[in-house]
Each structure stands twice: as C-alpha cells, then as structure tokens.
Design a binder for this molecule. Structure first.
Ligand SMILES: Cc1cc2nc3c(=O)[nH]c(=O)nc-3n(C[C@H](O)[C@H](O)[C@H](O)COP(=O)(O)OP(=O)(O)OC[C@H]3O[C@@H](n4cnc5c(N)ncnc54)[C@H](O)[C@@H]3O)c2cc1C
Ligand code: FES
Length: 365
C-alpha cells in the first residue's frame, strides 16, 4: 500500500494529502495548488523551492539544476522530489492573479490525424473523451507506452490549438534521433485510431490576455506550437488589444511549418505581422525554384528582429523552442531594452539536455 503524507505549501498555507508515486509538484497541481514549474523533469530549476520541515527524496533531479550544496541547504525541485514524511515547503508563487490555472487531470486521447507539416515534424490531432480547460501556451504529458526499449515514460508536448477547442488538441512533434517518445513511438508505431493516456495542463508559458503591449513572439522548430495556440486565442477568441508579431526561424523552407496558415492570418488581422526567417537559404535560391522571395526574411531570427526594431521598450516577449535559440533571443530582446520580467519563455529541454547539464540562462528564474 502506498504511503500517505501531508505537504504544506507556504506562503499559501495550503495543505495537500500526498499518496503514492507522484512528485510533490504533481500532487499539488492535481489538488489545484499552483506551484511554479516549466520542464517538469528536473532540468530547468524553475520549480526550485525550500524544505522548511520534513524529509524528501530528490529522485532524479539533475545535479546541475540542484547542486549538492543546495540539497544540503534544504532546497528541492518539486517536479522530482517525493516526501518521506509530512513536509512543509516554501515556494515562490509567481502566477498572475488574472490567470486561472486549471488543475492537472488524467485524460484519454485518441489520435484522429497524423500528418507531416515540415521536415521530420508531424502534426497530431488528438480527440479527448471529455473537455479540458487550459491556457493558451500550456502543454500535456503523454504516457509513452512500455516497449522493447524499456518501461513507460512521460514526454511533454505543447498544445498548438486554442482553449476554445476543448476536446480536440493539436500537437507538433519533431523527430529526435534515438528519442524514446519521438523516434521510438510517435514516428514509429503510433497510428490513427490509437488511444493513449495523457495528463495536464502543465506550464506557466501562457498568453497574458489582460495586456495590450506589442508582443514579439519568437519560435524555433516546434516551439511554434504554443505560440500558435497563443496567436489563435489572442486574435480569434480573446480580442487581444495590442500588435502581435511572430518571428519563426528555420534553416530553410522545408523546416518551417504552417507558413500558409500564418500568412493567411496576417492578411485577416491587421494587428498581426508574420516574419518567417530563413538562416541557410537565400532569396535567390527561393526565387530559383519558383518561390516568392519577398515572403521571407533572411538570416538568423535574432538578426532579423534586431534589424526590424531600433527599440523594443514597452513590448512583451514570448520565446519558445530549443534552449540555445531561446537564450539567443533573450539576449537580443534585452539588448533592445526589454527587461527579463517582460519576457516569457519556454525552453524545450529534453533528456539529452538534462544529462549534459544544459540549463536556463537566468537560473533561478
Ligand atoms: C515544456 C516542454 C514542452 C515541449 N513541447 C514540445 C513540442 O511541442 N514538440 C516537440 O517536438 N517537443 C517538445 N518538447 C520536447 C519533448 O518534451 C521531448 O523532449 C522531445 O520530443 C524528445 O523526446 P524523445 O522521447 O523522443 O527523446 P528522449 O528519449 O528524451 O531523448 C532525447 C535525446 O537525448 C538523448 N538521451 C536520452 N537519454 C540520455 C541520457 N541519459 N544521456 C545522454 N543522452 C540522452 C537521446 O538519444 C536523444 O537524442 C517540449 C519540452 C518541454 C520541456
Ligand atoms: S520544472 Fe522542475 S526542474 Fe524544471
């Protein structure tokens, strides 16, 4: 029988009864007690908190995200730790009062569509058996079934559809060679009609709809998915008041997904500007095979942003994608006079990043 402990969360003074094999973070999110988190696998350190009383097991927290001296000082990563007794923790609760976060719950999903949308990138459309509440930009945890490669594991993929579509969720998944969830399941085995377990919604990378600042959105690879959800929600459902600009980076056209969709969106909404950026393809090469060279910007996404804006003072930034791209974009936005507090971001850390100790540029955030 699994053990049961009480987790007290300060400064909220909320108590959660912990049972079984969840992490402290999961137990709290499922009980409707919001705690800060981002990667949920012990890599980014966003969930770092303090143990005020009691004992915890740190499980597989990366030794880069939670160093030995921090463990000695009583720090923990709530996304990895489990209680060994009743515990009291103190977390930095950073959520915007205007944003309601739905509790994490379990869902059953059925794959209803699987299509290639860019090189090595699939769009998955998943039908749920019941409605889910989430904020634009959040993500789900999929249970990748046990296979010859090992026991079942969790993998996180961001929702690309708006909260208004509460039963049919869109995901963009890019192949990672050697990856359990992508190469070993989504790209090899998962078929339309298959049913699987997932839980969510997770994450704090969400569109702040109460604002009307000019939003500069920067997406690399499948980092486009949560930004697509934000744009669809902001423009079509939440009547976001400010300008919205999307900078989407890719090496060449074959790596950019949904270009036609965003081009049409920019035609429909005057407040939305779309800048697809090609870092390894030239205007001449686009023209040579019949493409429209004026449809793209050329260079790294960060260089294009720097050339487009003398100052970004007063704007808000939303950055999502591979950690190195997010770090570069963060530096660019800061050099254009945006404060870190005005830049929301999500790094798509994977298991390799965790093993390599790749971490957030502004740890602890
Ligand atoms: C908040 C968040 C949202 C995300 N959203 C998306 C999304 O919308 N779309 C998307 O495509 N991805 C997204 N990701 C990334 C995603 O969660 C997975 O990390 C990614 O899909 C790879 O999963 P995988 O199981 O195929 O690879 P993994 O099995 O995790 O392996 C990843 C790489 O690490 C290597 N590796 C694995 N274990 C080790 C080890 N112990 N030591 C060294 N190397 C190792 C593997 O060989 C492989 O190259 C998101 C990540 C986060 C944190
Ligand atoms: S959310 Fe815990 S380390 Fe990233």
């Amino acid at each position: 029988m699994s053990e049961s402990f009480v987790v007290t969360v300060e400064p909220l003074g909320r108590q959660v009864v912990y049972r079984g094999d969840q992490t402290i973070l999961d137990a709290c999110l499922r009980a409707g007690v919001w705690l800060p988190h981002s990667c949920t696998h012990g890599t980014c350190a966003t969930c770092k908190s303090e143990v005020l009383d009691g004992d915890v097991d740190h499980s597989d927290a990366s030794s880069f995200a939670l160093m030995d001296f921090e463990r000695d000082e009583g720090k923990l990563l709530t996304c990895c730790a489990t209680p060994r007794s009743d515990v009291t923790i103190e977390a930095e609760i950073d959520i915007d009062e205007d944003i309601e976060m739905a509790p994490v719950e379990d869902y059953l999903g059925t794959l209803v569509e699987k299509s290639e949308i860019a090189k090595d990138t699939l769009r998955l459309m998943v039908e749920l058996v019941r409605d889910i509440a989430f904020n634009a930009g959040q993500y789900m945890k999929f249970t990748v079934p046990a296979s010859q490669s090992g026991a079942a594991v969790d993998r996180t993929w961001s929702i690309g559809s708006p909260p208004a579509d509460s039963r049919r969720l869109e995901f963009h998944v890019r192949m990672v060679p050697g990856g359990r969830g992508t190469a070993g399941w989504v790209f090899d085995g998962l078929a339309v009609g298959d049913t699987f377990s997932m839980s969510g919604p997770y994450g704090r990378f969400v569109l702040h709809t109460g604002e009307d600042n000019h939003t500069i959105m920067v997406a690399g690879g499948t980092g486009l998915a949560p930004i697509k959800a934000m744009l669809r929600h902001g423009l079509k459902h939440a009547a976001y008041g400010g300008e919205m600009s999307l900078y989407q980076g890719g090496r060449s056209r074959e790596w950019l997904d949904d270009v036609d969709y965003f081009t049409a969106l920019a035609r429909e909404f005057e407040q939305f500007t779309y800048r697809p950026c090609l870092s390894e393809e030239t205007a001449e090469e686009v023209a040579a095979d019949g493409g429209d060279p004026t449809a793209y910007a050329y260079g790294m996404v960060t260089d294009v942003i720097a050339a487009d804006h003398a100052s970004l003072s007063g704007c808000k930034g939303y950055l999502c994608g591979p950690p190195l791209m997010v770090e570069a974009a963060l530096k660019t936005l800061m050099s254009k006079r945006l404060f870190p507090r005005d830049i929301y971001r999500e790094e798509f850390f994977n298991a390799g990043d965790k093993a390599a100790g790749l971490n957030s540029p502004l740890i602890k955030r």
